[in-house]
Design a protein around this ligand. Structure first.
Ligand SMILES: NC(=O)c1ccc[n+]([C@@H]2O[C@H](COP(=O)([O-])OP(=O)(O)OC[C@H]3O[C@@H](n4cnc5c(N)ncnc54)[C@H](OP(=O)(O)O)[C@@H]3O)[C@@H](O)[C@H]2O)c1
Length: 315
């Protein structure tokens, strides 16, 4: 019997879109990566390609906007990125609007020769096509890469003009996937319109245990249309930790292999089978180890997710 049939039961694992390599329902539908920590990383398929990605990634907003020449400021970021593949992770998300983040990442990729082990997403946020193209070229240069795995139109800026261009870049092989991103509820109505009419590989949207608005329409629409969902602001920029405060994690969370509030918040997100991955802001190794822990072990079922959400609603 496979790891997953042991831990989830075959039916639950299939519902979650995850499976063990080489298992009875295995290699074609998924794999689990053995990691240096001895755990196994759960992955989920991108609907448009079948490529599997780990359930938790690394966001680089704000904390990676440091002076690239400041060795002390870069050191914890380098250590974090270096350990992403070591710990079984892969996803790194950035954007030109995150200040020096792309430059800092590009330097780290080159120095560690690590780029090929990562799934890199960035964004473009320019109104006119000429400016958008220039920003994208700068991203390639700053990130010191020939390929960006996933490129988003950031906050719908210039979406009408820029999406067709992203399609061209994908056809040329310079990017592998494209989509749209937002983190503003006030943009959700416009976001839904683009989601309803465009062929997209991914969307990235705000989604957290205390911010469930995307459950109403956006995430179900993406699931219906076969579009992968990345959750941004999974901790609400730290709001979730403030809500839980010093309270102890409930004993029943151990049933889902949850040992920290970060894992509690992330497992609530990634247990939704329509979500491909969650992208917590992760700028130090201890957070990386903690957050990737939410990519391992048992995931809560719907009843448990409701119980988890009730806990933060009453906090
Ligand atoms: N429109 C868009 O496309 C958009 C918008 C916003 C964000 N994003 C993406 O989403 C990512 C996440 O957003 P975010 O970083 O702003 O917010 P977040 O992930 O919701 O929260 C980050 C906060 O959580 C803390 N944290 C992280 N891991 C922790 C752990 N294991 N234990 C305790 N605290 C932990 C960090 O602490 P420290 O303060 O100590 O670092 C930081 O304050 C961004 O990095 C970006 O990639 C996209």
């Amino acid at each position: 019997m496979s790891y997953l049939t042991n831990r989830f039961g075959r039916r639950r694992a299939l519902q979650l879109g995850i499976a063990a390599a080489g298992s009875a329902f295995g290699a074609s539908t998924g794999l689990l990566a053995q990691t240096a920590s001895g755990g196994e990383i759960l992955t989920r398929a991108i609907p448009s390609s079948g490529e599997h990605l780990p359930l938790v990634g690394v966001g680089t907003a704000r904390r990676y906007d440091v002076n690239p020449s400041n060795a002390g400021a870069v050191a914890p970021l380098r250590e974090t990125i270096q350990n992403v593949p070591v710990l079984g992770g892969k996803l790194v998300d950035t954007a030109p609007s995150y200040g020096n983040a792309e430059t800092v990442l590009g330097n780290i990729f080159e120095e560690l020769d690590i780029r090929s082990q990562l799934f890199l997403s960035s964004k473009v946020r320019k109104e006119g096509l000429a400016d958008a193209r220039a920003e994208i070229e700068q991203s390639f240069q700053k990130l010191k890469t020939d390929t960006i795995d996933l490129l988003y139109v950031h906050n719908l800026v210039g979406v009408e003009e820029v999406l067709p261009y992203l399609r061209d870049l994908k056809a040329e092989g310079r990017i592998r996937y494209y989509g749209i991103s937002t983190s503003f509820e006030r943009q959700h109505a416009d976001f839904e319109k683009v989601l309803a009419r465009e062929e997209l590989d991914f969307i990235q949207v705000d989604y957290a245990i205390d911010n469930r608005v995307s459950d109403n329409r956006i995430i179900p629409m993406a699931a219906d249309r076969g579009i992968a969902v990345q959750a941004n602001l999974p901790f609400g920029r730290g709001r979730v930790f403030e809500a839980f405060g010093d309270s102890p994690i409930p004993d029943w969370a151990a049933e889902y292999d949850i040992t920290t509030w970060a894992q509690f918040a992330l497992k609530w997100i990634v247990a939704n089978p329509a979500v491909n991955s969650a992208m917590p802001g992760t700028a130090k190794l201890a957070y990386l180890e903690d957050n990737l822990g939410a990519s391992r072990g048992r995931l809560p079922d719907e009843a448990a997710r409701s119980r988890m959400a009730s806990l933060i609603d009453s906090a």
